[in-house]
Design a protein around this ligand. Structure first.
Ligand SMILES: Nc1ncnc2c1ncn2[C@@H]1O[C@H](COP(=O)(O)OP(=O)(O)OP(=O)(O)O)[C@@H](O)[C@H]1O
Ligand SMILES: [Mg+2]
Length: 263
């Protein structure tokens, strides 16, 4: 079967700064891939190349067999297959929750108001916020706002969901609700590419964990291997810092353990 995502030899540079240096990654339908790695390693850039928020400088990206990097691709149609959730929720502050979830459906998919609202309510229910349809974003907690952002993406019926550190901006006690929603989505068979520092989530939910450093994939395998028994020194160093921040300072004093420059 055609993979959901196929990335071949992907390069991205900003001027002289080479950010992605040859990424190969295949994601099968229904798989959850967690991407981990130090700040500046290119994780966000990689996700942004998968929905063409960034134009790669080399290589190819296919989504469901369609080459997004082909000059003749219908970018809008291709993007519609891909939902994205960011660290910052980017809700419209002046719109009620319901309208935040219907606006793209109506403008981009041209759904009639009634249908868009029905689909919005279904997806709000899915993230546990059916009773917040008439609230404004400022009346919600960060975790609730992020769940609205997830509902908004799901309402577009994506085949693939990209998450870029969806819980990093949240107070610790709000992280769990968002991860629960993501876990449920994964169980329902959604294909997901998730940049995260939540190692517990990665261990439990990911089919594969990808460790990036310096614009390359250093390690790619099942969570019990990449997180549980990493093979590469760089992965071990990173995990020590993430799993036990008290070691971070020791590592920082050791120049070799610092993330790649440009971070
Ligand atoms: N629009 C841009 N113009 C120039 N440089 C950029 C741009 N976007 C990203 N970069 C650089 O590319 C590198 C990789 O950035 P990226 O955001 O992909 O890293 P990341 O792994 O997501 O880091 P973090 O964990 O901090 O989010 C960084 O050095 C960053 O400064
Ligand atoms: Mg990032």
């Amino acid at each position: 079967m055609t993979p959901m995502v196929e990335i071949r030899g992907l390069h991205k540079a900003y001027g002289d700064l080479k950010v992605l240096k040859g990424i190969d990654l295949t994601v099968e339908r229904g798989q959850v891939i967690c991407i981990i790695g130090p700040s500046g390693s290119g994780k966000s850039t990689l996700l942004r190349c998968v929905n063409l928020l960034e134009t790669p400088t080399g290589g190819q990206v296919f989504v469901e067999g369609e080459e997004l990097t082909h000059p003749d691709v219908d970018i809008d149609a291709a993007r519609r297959k891909v939902g994205m959730v960011f660290q910052q929720f980017n809700l419209f502050p002046h719109l009620k929750v319901l309208d935040n979830v219907t606006i793209a459906q109506r403008r981009v998919l041209k759904r009639p108001k009634g249908e868009a609202e029905r689909i919005a309510r279904e997806n709000l229910a899915k993230v546990g916020l059916e009773d917040k349809a008439d609230s404004y974003p400022a009346q919600l907690s960060g975790g609730q706002q992020q769940r609205v952002a997830i509902a908004r993406a799901l309402a577009m019926n994506p085949d693939l969901m990209l998450f870029d550190e969806p819980t990093s901006a949240l107070d610790p006690e709000l992280v769990g609700d968002v991860l629960t929603v993501m876990r449920k989505l994964a169980q329902e068979g959604m294909t997901m590419l998730v940049v995260t520092h939540e190692m517990g989530f990665a261990r439990d939910v990911a089919d594969r964990v990808v460790f990036m450093d310096g614009g390359v994939i250093v390690e790619d395998g099942p969570p019990e291997q990449v997180i549980g028994a990493p093979r590469h020194e760089r992965t071990k160093t990173f995990l020590r810092r993430v799993l036990d921040p008290t070691h971070a300072q020791e590592d920082d004093l050791d120049g070799a353990a610092l993330p790649a420059e440009g971070a």
